[in-house]
Write a new protein. Structure first.
Lengths: 538, 672
């Protein structure tokens, strides 16, 4: 009708645009795959990438063409990538291309910093831009970087990337390479964190930053236990963290009375994977004179000496346990005053926000790092509250609780370690008690055998009754184990016990009240599997 | 022009204040023929903004208060026998007690003229360029917020890089664009009539005086001003008067308030630009302090201790969903919000911040629930466009009614300023109003009539009891709280200085809001009246500012900003008046109120929507206008592609039905 508005269907125009874009894309790609000369490759990829910077093929073709072209294409290429980042600021292809170009150019200047600043102003969590800035700022003034990250935090402190940037800058700026900060700087950072967590204790990013700030970063692995067994002619080395010892080029060396032994190493689990425990066969040690073994882990640390006296079946060396470093090794070494100074504000905040999970966890970790035995009651209470406050992460909290209980157990341990009915879901730190002969873990929540079990070269009795173990899996053979209790675990198949066949001294196996015992062929299968073992089903 | 106005309309709107303008836009948008008139020579009525000289003539006009009783009663002849006239008032009586003060050397300003004042000498170009130079200097388009694009953490870089891309750069527009200062209102009736804001006030089509050229012809005195920024004289204010856009009402837009929603929904937002209020201030123990209100503010605050931060955040988080936690407040429902706050472990300064600056409620009267509601509203508005809940329209609040007028004009509404209406014509038989008679004696027929309260005669309003608003406008030389940035838009609530008074809302605008000249601040004070505006507000002005002339200042006074010029006036608050209180109004005559004393604009929007829905219950209120690119003119054919896709006979009629129904709402006489 005259004088009336007629409207196009709203998406017609957009659909036409999209079809046009698709047509152009197809044409360009077809032309590209036909192998045109480099100059044309540039213009064709340019037209595709300008509208969709995520076509990896185009970037690759472009790099090849640029390599063939020669000439100073760096500035124009950088400008082009900048334009593509405007289309998609998180395009992996574009960012990768930018670093490729920069690697072929004189050190990046202001433009790249400005680009990062612009992109971060638009999206303060653009991790590509953060990463790029990090690579640029390696040589830059630390203070400038700190204030840059600080500005973004003052806009919104819920920004893991900005905290992380700060941490890296501080780590690099810190003296003596260990990331240790000057007291002054540390105080300032801690204050910043306090203001953030008091403003919003539910935000996890400042809590994570606080914990990182207090810790020294992960420790290097070191030898904590060396054991020589005359009867089996084996030497075992246990590390504080899983390491991989390559058989061809071992960084782990053993000398017997000063002369190097050319031994080959295998892990306690028998697989070439990082492991706490590494074993080697020894030539038969002398029976009349003391045998001096020395184990050297080439990545730092002094050699460990073990002397096997004549007439002794075994000899071992064990690193003494330092109470503070057991629970949270990264923090335990930090200045106790600094840690203690954090406890006050955390307790104050907890009084206001008894449900704050960041606060409950941080406070527990701090107290456990300071004096686990002295604060046992308080820590247990905080962890219990944390479990209630954070049902989504109850598994994690249970693991933290288990670790704490194990730490308490270890600190009171003698020849044996007994942790009955402690609600353990994992049993960490066994590598630190590798010399014990009895391990009692009845009535816990374990679903599998503990991970570092292979380190326990002297273990004679293991009690896992009343847990939730269904399958021993590929449990490492324990050379000295004689008694294994698995009563009241939901083990229903003999195959679940198959790894026990490799346990040389296993004499008694207790399987009372297991489904396997009541299964018709169960006992028979077990006997078939373990003919030399005394198996009891009641 | 005006004497051959069409005589048939669907809706006649008298008054160009905010509610009237919204109704006019909504009616035109839904296809009604709209005539929108105002007896004044500027848009907005009591919602208008003025340049400095414009404000001076407004002051003069309102101080004289001479009644023009020599009006001819010729129009009575046009009333037929079965009709009755409801006369309208010819004189605006809503402004009282206007008192202006100059704290500088006023004499030296004699003979100084406003730069860019309209043609006493018809020089084309140079003076006009100066009038606009504010725009080129301050680059408002770079700072202004265009609604619609909300601030979101995941905003894409490309969009953010050029915020001005979507909001067309507009030159400053001012209501007096078509008003010749010095010419007496009504002296040349008909001159300004018939101009539609679509052309007249629309910046794009403004006449030569707003040619968008940078000011190359800066005069010597203003260069001096740049060298000594702190010494602003009265004569400079006069000379730079066109840089002022002084609002008669002082309001801010809540960023999730009804007006913002309406501006976005109706797409009127494209006609305006906004600036975030940058800070919320409090006045406590004689000191002005910044109130941390957002999470980032609290984190960055240096004045709060860690525990205070927690207590404040905890309380604010609670307020955001207080309805979910009735156990927290139900014991205090009968007490005041101030008493409730005392039970919340908040330090006195936090209680003050929350009560006066965030909830902005009365200490002695507001209940707990009222306070919680206001706090929640404030908090919900945070973060949509920035760190405070408020937006301010660049070039002043007076822009907003004009933006709606423009939408109305785009959809065919006809505009006449300086067009007085003598009476409404009542049809005795039906009891309905059928026409108006204007000051030319022309009868204009319509179905619905919207009249702003101030146009109603005394006899119509005898039973109405009006409240008053006390207003003050100051031009000062410094901010009430100096920080590293000079360009701050601040809102400050000053609690009552004595019992029985109301809290005073202070809004301080900087020059980048395009409402005042460089190196000055425009300060608006507003409160519900208890006495005259000066009696109500002067004590607050004395607390915050240095009102002494030059030398006799004491040291402590030197710290305070100096007032260069001030005006006080009372404005009638006709909000909240029931229609039944007006005597003898037919059912098809609707009354719009003038500005209310609240900070936001919800009252006006609510009123406009209510009236529109009463008139046209089945029509949508201000739906988004069609995208110009989607409009197909008759000459254009619908693309073959479309018909190719829809060639099955079943779908065809359906799609054409859709088209015509969506076209219905957008009827437009092809005018451009």
């Amino acid at each position: 009708m005259h004088g009336r508005l007629k409207l196009r269907p709203p998406d017609a125009a957009r659909r036409r645009q999209r079809e046009e874009k698709l047509r152009q894309y197809r044409e360009s790609m077809e032309a590209l795959l036909g192998g045109p000369p480099p100059a044309q490759v540039l213009s064709l990829t340019g037209s595709v990438l300008a509208s969709n910077p995520d076509v990896g093929t185009c970037w690759n073709l472009r790099r090849r063409a640029l390599g063939a072209l020669g000439g100073d294409w760096v500035p124009s290429e950088l400008a082009f990538v900048g334009q593509c980042l405007g289309v998609n600021p998180k395009s992996y292809g574009a960012w990768h291309h930018r670093s490729w170009v920069l690697a072929r150019a004189p050190p990046a200047g202001r433009e790249d910093l400005a680009l990062c600043e612009r992109l971060l102003a638009a999206d303060p969590r653009n991790f590509h831009a953060w990463e790029h800035r990090r690579s640029l700022s390696a040589s830059r003034d630390a203070e400038a970087e700190l204030s840059f990250a600080g500005d973004l935090l003052s806009r919104d402190f819920s920004n893991f990337s900005a905290w992380q940037h700060r941490l890296r800058v501080l780590g690099a700026a810190g003296d003596c390479g260990k990331g240790a900060l000057s007291q002054d700087r540390l105080q300032k950072e801690l204050e910043l964190v306090h203001h953030a967590v008091f403003t919003d204790p539910t935000d996890q990013s400042p809590w994570v930053y606080l914990r990182c700030l207090l810790s020294r970063g992960p420790e290097k692995p070191r030898v904590v236990f060396v054991h020589v067994d005359r009867e089996d002619s084996t030497l075992s080395v246990v590390f504080s963290r899983p390491v991989k010892v390559s058989p061809e080029w071992p960084e782990l060396e053993v000398t017997l009375d000063g002369s190097a032994l050319g031994v080959s190493w295998s892990s306690g689990e028998g697989r070439p994977r990082p492991s706490h425990t590494w074993l080697c066969d020894l030539p038969a040690p002398p029976t009349q004179s003391p045998a001096h073994f020395e184990v050297t882990w080439s990545r730092g640390s002094a050699p460990v000496a073990v002397t096997l006296q004549p007439g002794e079946a075994e000899a071992w060396w064990e690193e003494p346990i330092r109470e503070q470093e057991l629970f949270w090794p990264e923090v335990g070494g930090a200045c106790p005053q600094v840690l203690r100074a954090q406890v006050g504000p955390c307790r104050e905040l907890l009084e206001l926000e008894p449900q704050s999970r960041g606060c409950l966890l941080t406070l527990s970790l701090l107290l456990a790092a300071l004096d686990p035995r002295g604060h046992a009651q308080e820590i247990r209470e905080h962890l219990r509250n944390l479990q209630d406050a954070d049902p989504l992460r109850s598994g994690f909290v249970a693991d933290v609780r288990s670790r704490f209980e194990v730490v308490l157990g270890i600190l009171g341990a003698g020849e044996g370690l007994s942790l009955p009915s402690k609600g353990l879901t994992v049993v960490p730190l066994l590598e630190r008690v590798a010399s014990i002969t009895r391990l009692e873990l009845p009535g816990n929540e374990l679903g599998a055998v503990p991970g570092a079990l292979g380190a326990m070269r002297r273990l004679r009795e293991l009690d896992l009754s009343d847990n939730h173990v269904t399958d021993l899996g590929s449990a490492p053979p324990l050379p000295r184990l004689e008694l294994l209790r698995l009563d009241r675990n939901p083990i229903s198949h003999a195959s679940a016990l198959s790894s026990l066949a490799a346990w040389p001294r296993l004499a008694r196996l207790r399987l009372a009240e297991t489904p396997l015992g009541s299964a018709p062929d169960g006992p028979a299968h077990v006997t078939e599997l373990l003919p030399r073992v005394d198996v009891a089903f009641s | 022009m005006a004497d051959n106005l069409p005589t048939e309309f669907d809706v006649v709107v008298v008054g160009t204040g905010l509610p009237e303008s919204i109704i006019a836009a909504a009616c035109a948008r839904s296809g009604q023929r709209v005539l929108h008139v105002d007896s004044r020579n500027y848009y907005g009525g009591n919602w208008a903004s003025f340049s400095f000289s414009g404000l001076l003539s407004w002051i003069k006009e309102n101080q004289q208060k001479t009644d023009l009783n020599d009006e001819s009663e010729d129009w009575r002849k046009l009333i037929l026998e079965d009709e009755e006239a409801i006369p309208l008032s010819s004189k605006d009586k809503t402004i009282q007690h206007v008192e202006d003060f100059c704290f500088g050397d006023q004499d030296s300003a004699e003979g100084v003229e406003e730069a860019g004042a309209l043609p006493k000498l018809p020089v084309f170009g140079a003076p006009g360029a100066q009038g606009v130079s504010a725009a080129s200097e301050e680059t408002p388009t770079a700072e202004g917020i265009s609604l619609g694009s909300e601030q979101s953490p995941a905003a894409e870089g490309a969009e953010k890089e050029n915020p001005a891309a979507e909001s067309p750069a507009e030159e400053p527009q001012s209501p007096e664009a078509e008003q010749a200062p010095g010419s007496e209102p009504g002296a040349a009736p008909g001159d300004g009539a018939g101009t539609a804001p679509g052309t007249g006030a629309a910046p794009s089509a403004a006449s030569g005086e707003s040619a968008p050229e940078p000011a190359k012809t800066e005069t010597a005195p203003s260069e001096n001003a740049a060298q000594e920024p702190k010494k602003i004289t009265y004569s400079q204010i006069v000379r730079e008067g066109r840089r002022f856009n002084i609002d008669l009402v002082s309001k801010l837009l809540y960023s999730r308030g009804l007006l913002i929603d309406l501006l976005i929904k109706s797409n009127v937002s494209r006609y305006a630009e906004f600036k975030n209020a940058t800070r919320v201030l409090a006045f406590r123990e004689g000191k002005v302090e910044q109130v941390p209100c957002s999470r980032a503010d609290v984190f960055n605050s240096r004045q709060l201790t860690m525990v205070e931060k927690r207590m404040l955040m905890k309380f604010l988080t609670f307020c955001l969903d207080y309805e979910q936690h009735p156990e927290e407040y139900q014991d205090y429902e009968s007490s005041t919000f101030a008493q409730f706050l005392q039970t919340r472990k908040l330090t006195p300064s936090l209680q003050h911040f929350i009560l006066h600056s965030i909830a902005m409620v009365s200490e002695t009267e507001s209940s707990t629930l009222e306070g919680l509601q206001s706090t929640k509203k404030f908090l919900q508005c945070l973060g949509r466009y920035g760190n405070t809940p408020f937006l301010f329209p660049l070039y002043g609040q007076g822009e907003i009614p004009q933006c709606f007028c423009r939408l109305c004009a785009v959809f065919g509404g006809i505009y006449c300023l300086r067009h007085a209406v003598r009476c409404l014509v009542l049809d005795r038989a039906s009891g309905r109003c059928k026409a108006i008679v204007d000051h030319f004696g022309q009868r204009i027929n319509a179905n619905y009539f919207i009249v702003e309260d101030s146009y109603l005669s005394e006899s119509t309003c005898t039973n109405v009891c009006y409240r008053q608003i006390s207003r003050a406008v100051l031009i000062t030389d410094q901010s009430v709280l100096n920080t590293d940035s000079e360009q701050q838009v601040s809102i400050l609530t000053v609690p009552p200085l004595e019992q029985g008074r109301a809290a005073v809302c202070v809004i301080e605008l900087c020059s980048s809001t395009m409402t005042c000249m460089k190196d000055t601040y425009l300060v608006h004070l507003t409160c519900p009246s208890t006495k005259t505006a000066r009696e109500d507000l002067e004590p607050v002005v004395q607390k915050l500012f240095n009102v002494n002339t030059e030398k006799e200042t004491e040291n402590e006074e030197l710290e305070k900003p100096r007032v260069l010029w001030a005006v006080y006036f009372n404005m009638r608050d006709s909000s909240g008046v029931e229609k039944s209180s007006y005597a003898g109004l037919p059912s098809n005559v609707y009354v719009c109120s003038g500005p209310d004393s609240a900070l936001g604009n919800d009252c006006a929007v609510k009123q406009a929507e209510t009236i529109f829905r009463e008139m046209f219950p089945t029509e949508e209120f201000c739906p988004p206008p069609p995208n110009p690119e989607d409009i197909i003119y008759d000459e254009d054919e619908i693309e073959p592609e479309e018909s190719g896709l829809n060639n099955s006979p079943e779908t065809k009629p359906e799609s054409s039905a859709e088209e015509s129904s969506s076209g219905d709402g957008a009827a437009v006489t092809k005018e451009e």
